[in-house]
Design a protein around this ligand. Structure first.
Ligand SMILES: *Cc1c(COP(=O)(O)O)cnc(C)c1O
Length: 481
């Protein structure tokens, strides 16, 4: 495509956009478990109105648009009240969980640079279940991830292993409330005690759980302490674009106090343009996500969120029971919130995921890792609530169907790839993708084969394959099918 010589008619533009999205996952139908956290059309309308009203305002400079400063301070105030932050807690609105996490790691790194300048290679201790965003932060900020195991029954962080992994270079401990993959909570109080005893910073990743867990607690669920009220916790991240149902581009990072927050900030007066002082990674940024988040929080209120939480809690319980009753499936750990993962010892979970897709469901395949088997993940959201019985019915059917599916034997291929005997070039990975039916034009309907190959490879090779995939997928002038 080239920029058209003459502007295109407005209707034609929107017709074309509508055509483009025809192949997208139909999340509004309630059969997609993840990616879009949907609280229905009314909430959506409020969010969109606020979003478009502030779409063009720039949060680059809080003195130019005081409304944005006020909105951010009010959103952060709601967040810190929700998470027991107390009067000293401060924070910022960010574009998402990943940005909140990168900034939490930057805070820890720069805090260490200021207070422990002897450290040359800073380390952070991550349970294997910690979100990939910490590895991204590690890669971007040159902090070494020290990965510790989790208990393979509960999938909760092994706190003793974390303690044992502390070295003179450790700057940060991390716990999840809950983890994304299996939806279980780490023992935040115990990790907090370790952090305190060793005088270390401790970030709680409550990106997915921070907003919802207090409502589960109000409904009577047993939710252990996980927030800034816990001794030793120095920062916490909470996404608003998940269970607060705000449009994407909405998360909050909170610090225990301002002396810690200063390490998050970036200022630059060493160039010839306007002075720069940024709390976040983005500099120019739309006021839309912030205004929409403020609007949705106010529109739903505690009562609205509590009702939605009730639906999620009941639906999750129905799913956990129902899945456990499908003989071939078992739930991993004991889900603490509204996320769950299940596996099978008799059928291939990747084939089950494909079979679900042919039945109109989107469920997420997760690869096996460090003793945790390959599995299927569900993030339950309000639009899924009316669909639980139907999902369980179709899941039982998908499991039966999966028993009849024969996948080609890939053991020769994977042992060749892992043997070290062949040089693995970008071409090799391209060929591998081609064999799995991925050619840069469209994705195959069935993903079990490529997931199977990935699952059999060690993580570094998985990562190379993933990069090869993206390198293949994003080609400006698409080759037509
Ligand atoms: C979603 C999530 C993240 C990353 O957030 P993004 O908004 O996708 O960048 C981090 N941690 C947990 C536990 C999450 O669920």
């Amino acid at each position: 495509m080239k920029i058209p010589e003459r502007g295109v008619d407005r209707d034609a533009i929107f017709d074309q956009l509508a055509t483009y999205r025809r192949g997208d996952t139909p999340w509004k139908e309630g059969r997609t478990f993840g990616y879009v956290f949907d609280a229905g059309e009314e909430v959506d309308a409020v969010a969109k109105r606020a979003y478009t009203q502030f779409l063009s305002e720039n949060a680059l400079d809080p003195t130019v648009f005081p409304s944005l400063l006020r909105l951010e301070n009010e959103v952060v105030d709601m967040a810190r009240n929700h998470l027991n932050g107390g009067e000293d807690a401060v924070g910022h609105f960010t574009s998402g969980g990943t940005e909140s996490i990168i900034l939490a790691v930057k805070t820890a790194r720069d805090h260490a640079r200021a207070t422990r300048p002897d450290i040359e290679t800073p380390e952070m201790i991550l349970p294997v279940t910690a979100h990939a965003a910490f590895h991204k932060a590690a890669a971007y900020l040159d902090v070494k991830p020290v990965v510790t195991p989790v208990d393979l029954e509960s999938y909760r962080a092994d706190v003793n292993a974390m303690k044992a992994a502390i070295t003179p270079n450790t700057i940060l401990l991390v716990g999840s409330a809950p983890s994304y993959a299996h939806g279980v909570m780490d023992d935040i109080e115990a990790i907090g005690a370790v952090a305190k005893a060793s005088d270390l910073l401790f970030h709680v990743d409550a990106c997915i759980g921070g907003f919802l867990l207090p409502y589960f607690r109000k409904l009577g669920s047993d939710v252990p302490p996980f927030d800034l009220g816990v001794d030793g916790v120095t920062s916490i991240s909470m996404d608003l674009h998940k269970y607060a149902y705000c449009p994407k581009g909405a998360s909050v990072l909170l610090h225990r106090d301002r002396s810690l927050r200063q390490h998050q900030l970036f200022a630059c007066a060493s160039w010839s343009g306007y002075t720069v002082v940024n709390p976040t990674i983005q500099s120019s940024k739309s006021g839309g996500p912030l205004a929409a988040a403020w609007a949705v929080l106010n529109y739903l209120g505690d009562e609205g969120y509590l009702e939605l939480a009730r639906g999620l809690r009941d639906a999750t319980a129905t799913l956990v029971d129902g899945i456990a009753r499908i003989g071939d499936l078992r739930i991993l750990g004991e889900p603490d919130m509204s996320l769950l993962a299940f596996t099978s010892d008799t059928v291939n979970p990747f084939v089950v995921a494909d079979e679900m897709k042919t039945r109109g469901w989107y469920v997420q395949a997760q690869l096996g890792f460090e003793g945790a088997p390959a599995n299927i993940h569900l993030s339950v959201n309000p639009s899924n609530v009316p669909w639980t019985e139907k999902l369980l019915h179709d899941l039982a059917g998908a499991v039966e169907a999966a028993k009849g599916v024969e996948l080609p034997d890939i053991s020769g291929l994977t042992s060749m790839l892992t043997s070290g005997d062949v040089e693995l070039t970008d071409e090799t990975f391209g060929q591998l993708l081609g064999m799995a039916g991925i050619d840069g034009v469209q994705l195959p309907e069935r993903m079990a084969e490529i997931n199977g190959i990935m699952n059999a490879l060690p993580p570094p090779l998985r990562e190379r394959l993933l990069k090869a995939f993206i390198n293949e997928l994003f080609i400006p002038e698409p080759r037509t099918a």
